[in-house]
Design a protein around this ligand. Structure first.
Ligand code: GLU
Length: 307
């Protein structure tokens, strides 16, 4: 299949809608994002990679990082992790407090903020201090991306911290239910730094290849997760990867994926490739408008989806 020709066709088709949607403005550092950017990349399990548009433009991966920290926590805790965070779609906005109150501090899944905050807490408990814990995550991200230049954007991390009232409420509520072991400030600092990791679509598609190859990085041959764990991470991405619009994304695209409010989306075609798109304009659920459309067109034109 001529993937580059298909990517170019997708790029042409989305051109008229580039700029639609609303850039995330819950922190000033993200409100400055350029809504006219659009990049899309694929990396195949063979290592071949293709990209179009702004595919070398680094952006804040935000919630996409939740998949990477969840992977790391699964490696440490295996299925014990599910005692503290479930794997059920929430049907609520990603930062909702309501459900967490009546479900006694156990978040519905690891990809809503509360679930990701519990995952950060679990990773902190495995290391002596916050810098060691975060270095472990960054080292892991550099390993799966095969790129030692990956880092966080400190301006975004600080902005998240300054405006993190709702995430702080989530963490404190869970602490009151006994589902946070470390001090809340360290957990939130870890979480905000994680959300502030910057990548390009090229780097993101490379990073998610282990989920397209049953847990084993097809290029380095390193086992990141076992086959069963990889299946489950993909399943949770399919059912919970796009906030309370996960059903709509599955309906339109037909692939497991994860979006972030920075405008990025990554999706996985098991056995074949990982795909990433970036376009900062979001729909009301926090998913990239143009990014979702581009993925929908890609699976339509290639005939590749999990169904
Ligand atoms: N840093 C964001 C928050 O916690 C992440 C949101 C997202 O990408 O879903 O509000």
């Amino acid at each position: 299949m001529d993937y580059l020709a298909i990517l170019n066709k997708v790029l042409r088709e989305v051109q008229p809608i580039i700029g639609s949607g609303k850039v995330a403005d819950y922190i000033p550092a993200l409100a400055d994002a350029d809504p006219t950017k659009f990049g899309m990349s694929i990396t195949l399990n063979t290592g071949e990679s293709y990209g179009v548009g702004d595919c070398y433009y680094p952006f804040s991966i935000q919630s996409i990082s939740k998949v990477l920290s969840f992977t790391l926590a699964l490696r440490h805790y295996r299925k014990d992790l599910y005692k503290r965070v479930w794997r059920e779609p929430s049907g609520d906005p990603f930062n909702s407090l309501v459900q967490l109150e009546y479900e006694e501090g156990i978040p519905r899944n690891p990809f809503i903020n509360a679930g990701a905050i519990v995952v950060c807490d679990s990773l902190l408990s495995k290391t002596p201090d916050l810098p060691t814990a975060f270095n472990e995550l960054i080292a892991f991200v550099r390993q799966v991306s095969d790129d030692n230049s990956i880092d966080i954007d400190h301006i975004i991390a600080n902005s998240e911290m300054e405006h993190g009232f709702r995430n702080s409420a989530l963490a404190n509520l869970m602490k009151s239910f006994g589902n946070i072991d470390n001090d809340v400030l360290s957990v939130l600092t870890y979480y905000f730094q994680q959300c502030s990791i910057k990548m390009t679509t090229q780097q993101l598609s490379r990073s998610f290849l282990y989920l397209a190859n049953a847990g084993v990085d097809p290029i380095s041959k390193i086992e990141i997760l076992n086959e069963g764990q990889a299946k489950r991470v993909n399943s949770i991405m399919l059912t919970c990867g796009h906030y309370d619009a996960s059903g709509d994304f599955a309906f339109r695209v037909g692939l497991p994926g994860k979006s972030g409010v920075g405008g990025g989306i990554v999706a996985v075609i098991p056995g074949k490739m990982a795909i990433s798109v970036f376009s900062p304009g979001l729909n009301q659920n926090g998913n990239s408008v143009v990014g979702t459309k581009a993925l929908e067109l890609f699976t339509t034109y290639t005939g590749l989806s999990i169904f």
